[in-house]
Design a protein around this ligand. Structure first.
Ligand code: PMP
Length: 441
C-alpha cells in the first residue's frame, strides 16, 4: 500500500479535506468544490416563522395552474408517445420556433436554427463553461455575479476577474482597466459574462450607453460576450433594453430561461449562438444528458402558442413591482443610515452594502435567530469580496411579511452598529460604508 499523503488544501474549501477517503481519486476540477458552510443555515431558513429573503424564486401564486393542468393533460392524450419519448439534442424545432417568438417579444432577434434548448439557464452556463474554459483560463464577470455562474466557471477551474458595477451596471472604465491588466500579464479573457438586465444579485441594469461601449470594446479587444438574459422581460415598466446580441451578434452567446416568466419546475432554458459554437454546444449537451425533455418542451410550445403568456408576464411584473416597492419603502424607513442598497427597476433582487466592520456571512446565524434570512455577499464573488454585502430577494416572500422581515434585519444591523460604536467609537473605519464600491445605486 502506498503511504497516505495529505493533499494540498484546495482554495476556499471550508471542509477538512484529509477526512475524505476518496480524495486521491478525484479529478483536479472537483478537489476544490465544497458545500458552503451557510448551506446548513438555509435549511433552517425554510421554517415558517422565518421571513426568508434568501432563495431567488418566482412567486407562482399568480400562475394560471388550471391552464397548465389542461394543456399538460391534452399533451399526454394527443401526443403522449412523442412527449414520453427521447428527442433530438438541439431541442424540438417547434419549441425553438416558439422561443424565437418569445425572444422577439424581448426585442432579441434569432432564428430557430441558432438555438439549443437546455435544462434551464444553469445547464446553458455549464455547457458554455465546458465549451470555452481550460483550467486557469481567465473569464471576466461583473462583481458581484450570479452564484450559479461562479459555480459553473469554478467547476472548470476558471480564473474569474470581477469588474465592479454602479447603478448603471458594469463599469466600462474598470472593464478597460481589467483588459489592460490582462494584456500586461500576456493573457486574454476567454469571455466576458454579463447579466445586463436586472442583474442577479445586483438589481441594476446596464445603461444603453454602456451597452454600446461594451459592444465597441468587444470589437476592439476581440472579446466573446456571454449575455445572460434571465430577467430581461421582468422590467417593472415593461420596457426592454437593447440586447448585446442585437449589437454584436457574431460575438455574443445569448442565454435565456423559462424559469422567471413561466416556471423553474419545467427546467427549460436555451442558448442562441453563432453556428460553429452552437454545433459544439449540441455535442456537449448530448454527452451530458442526450436531449431535453420532450414533455416539458411540449408544455412550453403549447404555453407559448395557445395561451395568453404575455398576460402572465404582466402579472408577474406587477406583483414584483409591488413587492419591490414594499421592500424599498421598508428599507428606507428602517435601515441605519450607514447601510446602502440598490433600487431595482425589475427582476428579483435588492443588493445591500453594510459598514465594513460587519461580516454578513458571520451575521447570518444571528439573523436566522431573529427569524429573517438573506444570502451573504461572498458567494457572488470568486475572489473573497462581498463580506460586507448581502442579497435580498423580494419576488418570493409573501407580500404581508416583507416589512416584518426588513424590520427584523434592520434591528439586527442597528444592534451590530451599536456594538461596533461601543468598541471602536463613532468615527471608526469599521463603521464606514463602501460607497462607490459594489452595485451602489
Ligand atoms: N442566470 C441567472 C442570472 C439566474 O438568476 C438564474 C437563476 N437564478 C439562472 C441563470 C438559471 O436559472 P434556471 O436554471 O432556472 O434557468
Amino acid at each position: 500500500m502506498t503511504a497516505y499523503a495529505p493533499p494540498t488544501p484546495a482554495r476556499r474549501s471550508p471542509v477538512r479535506l484529509d477526512t475524505d477517503p476518496y480524495l486521491s481519486r478525484y479529478a483536479d476540477r472537483v478537489t476544490g468544490l465544497a458545500a458552503s458552510e451557510i448551506r446548513a443555515l438555509f435549511s433552517v431558513a425554510e421554517r415558517p416563522e422565518i421571513v426568508s429573503f434568501a432563495g431567488g424564486m418566482p412567486d407562482l401564486s399568480v400562475m394560471d395552474l388550471d391552464a397548465v393542468a389542461d394543456l399538460t393533460a391534452s399533451i399526454i392524450r394527443d401526443q403522449g408517445t412523442v412527449a414520453l419519448q427521447y428527442g433530438g439534442g438541439q431541442g424540438r424545432p417547434q419549441m425553438r420556433e416558439a422561443l424565437v417568438d418569445l425572444m422577439a417579444y424581448a426585442g432579441v432577434p434569432a432564428t430557430a436554427d441558432e438555438l439549443v434548448v437546455t435544462v434551464g439557464g444553469q445547464q446553458a452556463l455549464e455547457l458554455i463553461a465546458k465549451c470555452f474554459i481550460d483550467p486557469g483560463d481567465v473569464v471576466i464577470a461583473e462583481g458581484p455575479t450570479y452564484v450559479g455562474a461562479v459555480a459553473a466557471m469554478n467547476s472548470h477551474q476558471a480564473d474569474v476577474r470581477h469588474v465592479p458595477m454602479d447603478g448603471d451596471g458594469m463599469r466600462m472604465d474598470l472593464l478597460e482597466d481589467t483588459l489592460a491588466q490582462l494584456a500586461r500579464e500576456g493573457r486574454r479573457a476567454k469571455y466576458v459574462y454579463t447579466i445586463p438586465n436586472h442583474q442577479n444579485p445586483g438589481g441594476v441594469s446596464l445603461s444603453e450607453a454602456r451597452r454600446v461601449r461594451l459592444a465597441e470594446l468587444a470589437v476592439e479587444h476581440d472579446l466573446l460576450v456571454i449575455e445572460d438574459d434571465a430577467y430581461g422581460l421582468l422590467g417593472f415598466d415593461g420596457e426592454v433594453a437593447t440586447s448585446l446580441r442585437t449589437l454584436i451578434p457574431d460575438r455574443v452567446v445569448y442565454l435565456g430561461t423559462m424559469s422567471k416568466t413561466f416556471s423553474p419546475g419545467v427546467r427549460s432554458g436555451w442558448i442562441a449562438a453563432p453556428t460553429p459554437v452552437r454545433e459544439k454546444l449540441v455535442l456537449l449537451r448530448e454527452a451530458a444528458d442526450l436531449c431535453p425533455s420532450n414533455l416539458t418542451q411540449l408544455m412550453i410550445e403549447r404555453w407559448l402558442t395557445t395561451q395568453p403568456w404575455q398576460e402572465q408576464i404582466k402579472r408577474y411584473r406587477a406583483l414584483y413591482q409591488h413587492k419591490a416597492t414594499l421592500m424599498l419603502d421598508a428599507l428606507a424607513s428602517e435601515m441605519p443610515a450607514e447601510v446602502d442598497w440598490t433600487r431595482p427597476r425589475g427582476g428579483f433582487f435588492v443588493w445591500l452594502t453594510v459598514p465594513t466592520g460587519i461580516d454578513t456571512s458571520a451575521l447570518l446565524a444571528k439573523a436566522i435567530g431573529r427569524r429573517v434570512a438573506y444570502v451573504p455577499g461572498r458567494g457572488f464573488y470568486d475572489d473573497g469580496n462581498g463580506g460586507d454585502q448581502l442579497r435580498l430577494c423580494f419576488s418570493f416572500p409573501p407580500t404581508d411579511r416583507i416589512r416584518e422581515g426588513v424590520s427584523r434585519l434592520a434591528e439586527l444591523l442597528h444592534d451590530e452598529l451599536g456594538l461596533l460604536r461601543s468598541v471602536y467609537g463613532d468615527d471608526a473605519p469599521e463603521l464606514a460604508g463602501r460607497r462607490g464600491g459594489g452595485a451602489g445605486a
